[in-house]
Design a protein around this ligand. Structure first.
Ligand SMILES: Nc1ncnc2c1ncn2[C@@H]1O[C@H](COP(=O)(O)OP(=O)(O)OP(=O)(O)O)[C@@H](O)[C@H]1O
Ligand SMILES: [Mg+2]
Length: 229
C-alpha cells in the first residue's frame, strides 16, 4: 500500500497577542492509501489544525508534512499548494460551502471547470457522481431548495468529482440529523471501498466514530492512541 500522508514530529503554534497556543505538540502519523480514518478528541485537541496542515491550507511551525510520498507541505509556494489541492485533495466542510447561485449539477461541475476538463468529459463525470450520491431528481435545484443532508451529498460529490487520492472532511455530519449523517457516512464508505479513495474525517459523533476503520485520538495536540479495527 502506498503512503498518502506522512507526518513527522509536527508542531503548530498560533500566536494570540502575547500568548502562544500549542495546537499540535509533536504529531507522528502515517496514513496509507485506502485508509478510512477517523480523528477524534476533545474540542481544542487539534483536529481541525491537523486537517488544515494535511490539506495544505496551513504550514507546520516545525516538523514535516509529506503528501503522496513526494510533496513537503512546508516547501510549497502558494501556487504549488493550490495545484496540489485542486488535483489531488477533496474537501468536505461542516457547513457544506456550496455556491448558492449554482444548481446541483453546476456545483459539482465547478472543480472540473477550474481544472480545464472539456464539457463532454465533465458531463460524464458529474452524472456519475450525481448517481453515486442519489441526487438524480435534483439536478436543477439550487442548494437553498434542498435539505441539509442533500446539500452535504452535493458537497461529497463535488469533493470526489476530480478523482482525488485523498478526501479530508472536518466534522462532515455535524450539521445533519441522525439519518442524513448515516447516509453521508454510507456514501463515503462506499467510495472508499469501491474506488480506493483515502478518507480522513473528524467527528464528535459516536455513530460516525464507529464507521472509522482506523481511529486516531488526539489529546492536547498529541496522538493519544491510534487503532485499526
Ligand atoms: N487561527 C488560530 N489562531 C489562534 N489559535 C487557534 C487558531 N486555530 C486554532 N487555534 C487553537 O488551537 C487549538 C486547536 O484548535 P483546533 O481548531 O484544531 O481544535 P479542534 O480539535 O478542531 O476543536 P473542535 O472540536 O472544537 O473543532 C485550540 O486551542 C484553538 O483555540
Ligand atoms: Mg475543529
Amino acid at each position: 500500500m502506498e503512503n498518502v500522508v506522512s507526518i513527522t514530529n509536527v508542531k503548530k503554534e498560533y500566536t494570540l497577542g502575547k500568548t502562544k497556543v500549542h495546537a499540535l505538540n509533536g504529531v507522528n502519523l502515517e496514513v496509507m492509501q485506502k485508509d478510512f480514518m477517523c480523528i477524534i478528541g476533545p474540542s481544542g485537541s487539534g483536529k481541525t489544525t491537523l486537517l488544515n496542515l494535511i490539506g495544505c491550507l496551513d504550514a507546520p511551525t516545525s516538523g514535516e508534512v509529506n503528501l503522496f510520498g513526494k510533496y513537503n507541505v512546508s516547501t510549497l509556494n502558494d501556487k504549488q499548494a493550490t495545484l496540489l489541492r485542486r488535483d489531488h485533495i477533496g474537501f468536505i466542510f461542516q457547513t457544506f460551502n456550496l455556491i448558492p447561485v449554482l444548481n446541483v449539477y453546476e456545483n459539482i461541475e465547478f472543480p472540473l471547470i477550474i481544472q480545464g476538463v472539456d464539457k463532454a468529459d465533465r458531463k460524464k463525470r458529474v452524472m456519475e457522481l450525481i448517481a453515486d450520491v442519489g441526487l438524480q431528481e435534483f439536478i436543477k435545484h439550487k442548494p437553498d431548495e434542498l435539505s441539509g443532508g442533500q446539500r452535504q451529498r452535493i458537497a461529497v460529490a463535488r469533493a470526489l468529482v476530480t478523482n482525488p487520492k485523498l478526501v479530508l472532511a472536518d466534522e462532515p455530519t455535524a450539521n445533519l440529523d441522525k439519518e442524513n449523517g448515516r447516509i453521508i457516512m454510507e456514501i463515503m464508505k462506499k467510495l472508499n471501498e469501491e474506488h480506493g479513495v483515502t478518507f480522513i474525517f473528524s467527528t464528535h459523533d459516536q455513530r460516525v466514530m464507529e464507521e472509522g476503520r482506523r481511529t486516531v485520538v488526539l489529546s492536547d495536540g498529541m496522538v493519544e492512541s491510534d487503532k485499526r479495527i
